[in-house]
Design a protein around this ligand. Structure first.
Ligand code: GLV
Ligand code: MN
Ligand code: MN
Ligand code: MN
Length: 416
């Protein structure tokens, strides 16, 4: 037989950027804030309305809708063959003062891909599926990335259902209340793509439209406790002090140096500090502070962990202090799938879009899905790199470009 025509295999198709934008703006009406942002906390009535709207769009495209026990929604467009699906998706819950694009862009890009194929009458070999993951943000219910975490076995369904918000309402109760407590079992997909705004400033700084995401940064969080001796600020000579805050200040600079020594993807942040007794004329006796270390691979992250511990041991010996380092959070670095990464790169090239390799510094459902299926992410710029903010903003043509890359990458993966 001859090569299938473009009308059949979709090779020349483009998504409809205006339709994508219209849907983004329509979804953003649900929980719109006066400052132009979005407040649609996980499993609230507004989240329920958002879910109803997006699933209605999927139904109009002939999709079947399934919901699993943690409320993840899967909207499936059948393929010619009964094979594992090519999946995409993200989340539609937002931060309390969130924007219109974080998460929503990934979900509605998936819907736009299905709309484009539906309109052109293209039938793919594999089914295509769009997921809405429950509670990615983690602001109403902890932990973050709850739905994808349960789906990928990072923690149990029972523990997630039992999580409660500040009013004592459980995830199980909230799911019931909005009608999204499902029971469908969803098989593992053939692969997973997630389109997302970058949430950082790198693409814009390099004037690139597409970030080809190669890895998600691993994270190690610590609480460091420095124990010195509180003493009078006047009578105690400088050489005879055990100043916990001075020692901490040196360590904070060390954290920064450790990250810089692991450029370009090393990150080191001290964001929280508690000084005791916090009195002007008392030499500080005890300080606790947080350390957040991130890196793109486990070897680097392990090296940064060792460097932090060595710096603390040195500082303790030098200043005759006791320093305790407690690790409180650990997410391993997650490399994405080389074949899918190459496919995203090739899709960008074939569309004539400027791109650069990128890493994800934030949490995404894709990071969990990567534990069970080949996964890749597509980033597009957001204005000034600002996200988790009501002023979050993105250019319609960048969103359109990212969605076109998603369309091509999904079509390539959907060939049996
Ligand atoms: C939530 O969006 C996170 O990335 O932590
Ligand atoms: Mn997000
Ligand atoms: Mn977010
Ligand atoms: Mn996130």
């Amino acid at each position: 037989g001859g090569a299938p025509s473009d009308a059949v295999d979709g090779a020349d198709l483009r998504i409809d950027g205006q339709r994508l934008w219209r849907r983004l703006m329509a979804l953003a009406q649900i929980g719109a804030t006066p400052a132009g942002g979005n407040r649609r906390l996980a499993l609230t009535e507004l989240d329920g309305q958002g879910r109803d709207l997006v699933t209605q769009w999927a139904r109009e495209l002939g999709c079947s809708i399934r919901v699993d026990a943690i409320g993840n929604i899967f909207m499936r467009r059948a393929g010619r063959l009964d094979l594992p699906a090519v999946m995409t998706g993200s989340h539609i819950d937002t931060q309390p003062t969130g924007g219109k694009f974080d998460g929503n862009f990934g979900v509605l890009s998936g819907i736009e891909v299905l709309s484009t194929l539906h309109q052109a009458g293209v039938v793919t070999d594999r089914p295509l599926e769009v997921a809405i993951w429950t509670n990615e943000e983690g602001s109403r219910f902890v932990p973050v990335m709850m739905g994808s975490g349960v789906y990928c076995g990072a923690f149990t369904l029972a523990s997630a259902l039992a999580a409660v918000d500040l009013d004592g309402i459980s995830v199980a109760t909230a799911l019931d209340a909005i009608g999204y407590a499902g029971s469908d079992h969803i098989e593992t997909p053939a692969c997973y793509f997630e389109a997302h705004i970058e949430q950082g400033p790198v693409l814009e700084a390099h004037d690139k439209v597409i970030g080809v995401v190669e890895a998600a940064l691993g994270q190690r969080w610590y609480t460091v406790t420095v124990k010195g001796m509180e003493a009078h600020a006047g009578p105690t000579p400088m050489a005879m002090r055990r100043d916990a805050l001075l020692c901490s200040a040196r360590l904070i600079a060390e954290v920064n140096a450790i990250a810089l020594a692991n450029a370009p993807n090393g990150r080191g942040t001290v964001g929280w500090i508690e000084n005791y007794p916090n009195s002007r004329n008392v030499i500080p006796g005890q300080v606790r502070f947080s350390v957040d270390l991130r890196a793109a691979d486990e070897t680097t992250l392990g090296g940064m962990d060792a460097a932090l511990r060595a710096a603390c041991a040195r500082a303790a010996a030098d200043a005759h202090l006791a320093i305790d380092v407690e690790q409180v959070v650990y997410f391993p670095a997650q490399a994405f799938d080389a074949t899918l990464i190459a496919s995203v790169r090739q899709a960008s090239d074939s569309l004539g879009l400027s791109w650069m390799p990128a890493v994800s510094g934030a949490g995404h459902d894709a990071v969990y899905v990567a534990r069970v299926a080949p996964t890749a992410m597509i980033f597009v710029p957001c204005k000034d790199g600002i996200s988790h903010n009501e002023i979050e903003s993105a250019e319609p043509e960048h969103l359109e470009a990212g969605c076109n890359v998603l369309l091509r990458a999904m079509l390539a993966a959907a060939r049996a």
